[in-house]
Design a protein around this ligand. Structure first.
Ligand code: AHR
Length: 507
């Protein structure tokens, strides 16, 4: 048995919980839109073609904001193709995912769906093949009340009221050579600055996200952010981060420690933002939009799943990167959520990529069922329970040894305190594959709390760390009660199972 101790003081806070931290992502890629959220003809589709079974799972999972329509896809997308009478919309080649895009689903459909799902929209514009003019036209189309060319076109397309989209991404991964319209940092920095300026001249209430590095391993990581922000600091509000992680060669210990790398990545971007802020004598604060993160098994990908491979056949909504997630993946996702929450003072938006089918917590089959993957659970629990203030924790834990990151804490934690409801919620992972962890939580000034609920996601009795939720076993991995959690003399005692992510709710 290993041991850990967490000391909590409700006066040691990091920030308010940014509710946009629990975001997701819908890209026109694979089966995320088509046969994911939208499938006219499915027995459970409504009159607009929205799958009600998928929508119910989305509402249960509780994302607060959804990025749309890409991703790599957006860098070649013409937004005008997706508005107007559906039978007159053009069918196009999507070069990013070598797919045929019918444009049956577009901006109006997404706005309707997002309203139904009760999520905020985060709209990405094409800065790969397009520029200032198309971007400002889109803001006018979406947000201007009426009486102008683009806003009247929206009205004639059936939307009298503006969509009022506040959050906009200035392109996607333009530092990446795979991206349609890949740019140098200087080229992108200037374009982002001018596009941002023009968009805010149409609607000055919008918030803008500049493209950061596609991942920490990019050769331009650091200098990209520095150059882009040197140009566009005054015009933008956030810089993006993207990161995908996977288990390599059965090295589960290192995989379970990847949140250490996520922590370092975030802290590196914060340092770069602040260096530009200091050098430019700026007073305003630019923050981070971590608008793509997840577990994604990228090695051994089918050639047809790689961006920009010429397809042997052009397909509509092919199966692309439909990863099946295990108990191990769900625990790692739980630690990523912990990392994001711990950095909630600077990471103010985050989007798990993606929402349905494509590396997603929700799976659906064409003309068939929809179900929750293992990774659904940590997202759902944290999105629902993380309220109020994020607490700064003092954690002292036994270590696990990893090939990639040396010795790391076996216990990874984050917590929130909600003054209004008097609830304290802890999110705690035990990274050890073999050993339980005897956890003591010293509550200091919060000693009169009681345990409301304690639950864990861990290896099921009849399974192993690879167990996953399949169509035939949809509930194999889920949250189960964590037995034996008690409070004595102002301290919580809990035993965390090996390989687990737990939620302890006190109130
Ligand atoms: O989420 C899948 C892809 O990953 C996105 O299209 C792209 O932005 C990233 O490389």
């Amino acid at each position: 048995m290993s041991h850990a101790r967490i000391t909590i003081d409700r006066d040691y806070t990091i920030a308010d919980v940014p509710r946009r931290l629990f975001g997701s992502f819908v890209e026109h890629m694979g089966r995320c839109v088509y046969t994911g959220i939208y499938e006219p003809g499915h027995p459970l589709a409504d009159e607009r073609g929205f799958r009600k079974d998928v929508l119910a799972l989305v509402k249960e999972m509780g994302p607060t904001v959804i990025r749309y329509p890409g991703g790599n896809f957006v860098s070649g997308y013409l937004w005008e193709d997706g508005v107007g009478p559906a039978d007159q919309r053009p069918t196009r080649i999507d070069g990013a995912w070598h797919t045929i895009e019918t444009n049956a689903f577009g901006l109006h459909e997404f706005v309707d769906w997002a309203r139904e799902a009760d999520v905020e929209i985060m709209e990405a514009i094409n800065l790969g093949t397009r520029g200032v003019e198309e971007a400002r036209a889109l803001v006018e189309y979406a947000n201007h009340p009426g009486g102008t060319y683009w806003s009247d076109l929206r009205r004639s397309n059936g939307a009298a009221d503006p969509f009022d989209i506040k959050l906009w991404c200035l392109g996607n991964e333009l530092d990446g050579p795979w991206q349609i319209g890949h740019k140098t940092a200087a080229e992108y920095g200037r374009l982002a600055q001018e596009t941002a300026k023009a968009m805010k001249l149409v609607d000055d209430s919008i918030e803008l996200v500049a493209v950061g590095s596609s991942n920490r391993g990019m050769p331009t990581f650091g200098t990209w952010e520095h150059t882009v922000l040197t140009h566009a600091y005054d015009e933008v509000d956030y810089i993006s981060m993207h990161a995908y992680y996977q288990e390599h060669d059965g090295d589960a210990e290192s995989f379970l420690a990847e949140a250490v790398e996520m922590d370092a990545f975030i802290e590196g971007v914060v340092a770069t933002i602040d260096a530009v802020k200091a050098a430019g004598k700026h007073t305003k604060q630019v923050d981070i939009s971590f608008d793509e993160w997840n577990v994604w098994y990228q090695t051994g990908l089918d050639t047809e799943d790689q961006p920009h491979q010429v397809s042997k056949s052009w397909r509509t909504h092919p199966r692309l990167i439909e990863d099946t997630y295990s108990v191990t993946d769900a625990v790692v996702v739980g630690t990523f959520l912990n990392s994001l929450l711990r950095h909630g003072d600077r990471v103010r938006i985050a989007n798990q990529a993606q929402l349905v089918n494509v590396i997603a917590p929700i799976r659906s089959e064409e003309d068939g069922a929809a179900w929750r993957q293992s990774t659904f659970w940590p997202f759902e629990r944290m999105a629902r329970l993380a309220r109020g203030q994020i607490l700064r924790l003092a954690v002292s834990s036994s270590q696990i040894s990893t090939k990639r990151y040396g010795d790391v804490d076996a216990v990874d934690a984050a917590a929130t305190w909600d003054q209004e409801t008097g609830r304290l919620v802890l999110f705690v992972a035990n990274r050890s594959l073999e050993e339980s962890n005897d956890l003591t939580i010293d509550l200091r000034g919060l000693g009169d709390l009681r345990v409301r609920q304690a639950e864990t996601l861990t290896v099921p009795e009849d399974g192993d760390r690879h167990t996953a939720n399949l169509e035939s076993t949809q509930d194999a991995v889920r949250m189960v009660p964590l037995a034996g959690v008690g409070i004595e003399d102002g301290s919580v005692q809990a035993t965390l199972p090996p390989l687990s992510w737990s939620v302890i709710e006190l109130g």
